[in-house]
Design a protein. Structure first.
Length: 558
């Protein structure tokens, strides 16, 4: 094997070899490829695994091999021991740390921001939770902000962190919240008041009024995207800033006269928000970042910031996080997966003062789903190019694999929605009959209308249900019901994805027409694929996908 390894000269070639190499050796080579010195890798990776009683001579004795591999093998000598392992509640496995992840979470210190990426089920969130534990244990005075994108994810992080720490003193030094909630809090503290948040529909309605009032040639969708992806993304304050800005990622060229015309729309939009006493979430984040940059960080800052599901954060939200912690060792620990980007956020971390070069790692082993579910779900992305987490290149699922095996996903179409829901109810009852608890089953749809119909039919069949948006406790019994977007960051033994039709995925209203902006159209279509990919990869053991009428074009062909 040594002769073969010596032919590897770069990271892509190493990734290609990944499935052929033993996991330990592949991990060591990965650290070397990331720029760690041989001495560092031996100290942090190899020496940590070497048993204290190991002899320098190799041995073929199985008992010795098992004893020397305690991090991977549990020797069971009594039936009760095996029963104890298998009886562990699902929540306990959510914070289990594989040795290859442990080296990322418990490395004593990093010289600056750290980025950990990986596909669904690779344990990014678990690594983030353990990193919080490590940072708290290093200093009794440290304060950590653990943050993510949605309230449901924040609630899940809070629950699992409590399970991991089991220490009130440690928990008291961690704030678990969304970036938006933190930004609102900072604006309230630094400005005395905060505007009321406005929803997407109301925002578009105001843009529509502005376009009509000024007689603009652009749609409200185009104006909202320009405001989001250029003005707020770059923190532009004046028309001069906008005239000189680079509109990377936008497919419609705008000359100086059109930019000046569009900036009048920005002024009118912000005036309308101010008059109504409302604001968009991202505009409040932009305001928070600006105020925090001018304030004393000692009054509000943290020792460390740990970010989960980072792929969906907007540049304005990143500026808030950058302002929340002083640049330096162990300031930001970032986990995410660009293949799960479902909110159209494109970021260059380096441009925001978050330099992760030399401190980036990728997890490639899925510990959640079976290889059969993983392979089918990956087909939804159809090898579409995906930008990496830091916005500096492309990301790939090359070498991404599962060590688990099971049945292929059950995929079927129906003649009517009623027939589809009837089949779903039978599928759920079958899972329950296998001894699977209701709380370990999830049903998701693109829209709430179909989700409510599913819930009504399940309840009528005697199956308890609860909606994920209500943030139910883990102990609450009931099949979990959620939209595809709300499934982000969650996992279940069995998942049913219902209503996967051509009109739902992709949803035309969420896709920019090609003639309006070609680049945005391509980005929207990829985002729609990612929404379905995320929903399907929540399943651990069983995946059921169904539709009525014409199926989504994103579904992999047999």
């Amino acid at each position: 094997m040594l002769r073969a390894v010596r032919t590897i000269i770069d990271r892509p070639q190493l990734d290609a070899f990944g499935t052929l190499l033993p996991e330990d050796q592949f991990e060591v080579l990965t650290f070397l490829a990331e720029g760690f010195s041989p001495e560092e890798v031996y100290r942090d990776v190899v020496a940590g695994r070497r048993p204290a009683r190991a002899t320098p001579e190799p041995t073929e004795d199985l008992a010795t091999a098992i004893a020397n591999t305690s991090s991977r093998i549990r020797l069971v000598t009594e039936p009760d021991e095996l029963a104890d392992i298998l009886a562990k509640p699902f929540a306990a496995w959510r914070v289990f740390l594989h040795p290859s992840q442990r080296r990322l979470a418990y490395r004593f210190s990093y010289n600056g921001p750290v980025q950990v990426s990986g596909g669904p089920g690779t344990g990014k969130t678990v690594v983030a939770l353990h990193r919080v534990k490590h940072l708290l244990s290093r200093s009794p005075d440290s304060r950590v902000l653990l943050t993510t994108y949605t309230n449901a994810l924040a609630a899940s992080l809070r629950e699992n962190l409590a399970l991991l720490l089991d220490d009130a003193d440690l928990l008291s030094r961690v704030d678990v919240t969304t970036v938006n909630a933190y930004a609102y809090r900072m604006v309230r503290e630094l400005a005395g008041r905060v505007p009321s948040p406005v929803g997407d529909q109301e925002e578009r309605r105001i843009w529509q009024q502005v376009a009509k009032q000024l007689g603009l040639p652009w749609t409200e969708q185009f104006l909202a995207q320009e405001y989001r992806h250029v003005v707020l993304a770059q923190g532009l304050r004046t028309v001069e800033d906008y005239l000189n800005a680079t509109r990377k990622g936008r497919g419609t060229a705008l000359g100086p006269l059109k930019r000046a015309q569009l900036w009048r729309a920005v002024d009118a939009f912000e005036t309308a928000l101010h008059t109504k006493g409302i604001s968009t979430h991202l505009r409040i984040c932009d305001d928070a970042a600006r105020r925090m940059a001018e304030a004393d960080r000692a009054a509000y800052g943290y020792t460390h910031v740990v970010v989960d599901e980072a792929q969906d954060l907007h540049p304005a939200q990143w500026r808030v996080l950058r302002a929340a912690v002083a640049p330096g060792p162990d300031d930001l620990f970032i986990t995410g997966d660009p293949h799960q980007r479902i909110y159209d956020a494109h970021v260059s971390l380096a441009a925001l003062g978050i330099q992760v070069t030399g401190r980036s790692s990728r997890l490639r082993i899925n510990y959640r789903s079976t290889e059969e579910i993983l392979t089918w779900s990956t087909g939804v992305l159809a090898d579409e190019p995906v930008g990496d987490l830091g916005g500096e290149g492309a990301d790939s699922l090359t070498g991404y694999r599962s060590l688990l095996h099971g049945r292929r996903p059950h995929v079927e179409g129906h003649s009517s929605e009623q027939a589809e829901v009837t089949a779903l109810v039978e599928r759920v009852r079958g899972w329950l009959g296998q001894g699977i608890r209701p709380s370990e089953i999830a049903v998701c749809t693109r829209f709430n209308l179909l989700l409510d119909k599913v819930g009504t039919r399940l309840e009528a069949a005697g199956v308890p249900t609860v909606k994920v948006k209500d943030n139910p406790a883990a102990s609450t019994e009931g099949v979990r019901l959620a939209t595809m977007h709300a499934m982000k960051g969650l996992e279940f033994r069995c998942v049913a994805v219902v209503g996967v039709t051509e009109s739902a995925v992709p949803f035309a209203r969420e896709v920019t027409p090609v003639e309006v902006d070609r680049l945005q159209h391509d980005s929207d279509m990829l985002r729609e694929r990612c929404v379905l990919f995320v929903a399907c990869t929540r399943a651990r053991e069983a995946l059921h996908v169904s539709w009525s009428g014409v199926p989504s074009p994103f579904l992999p062909t047999p």
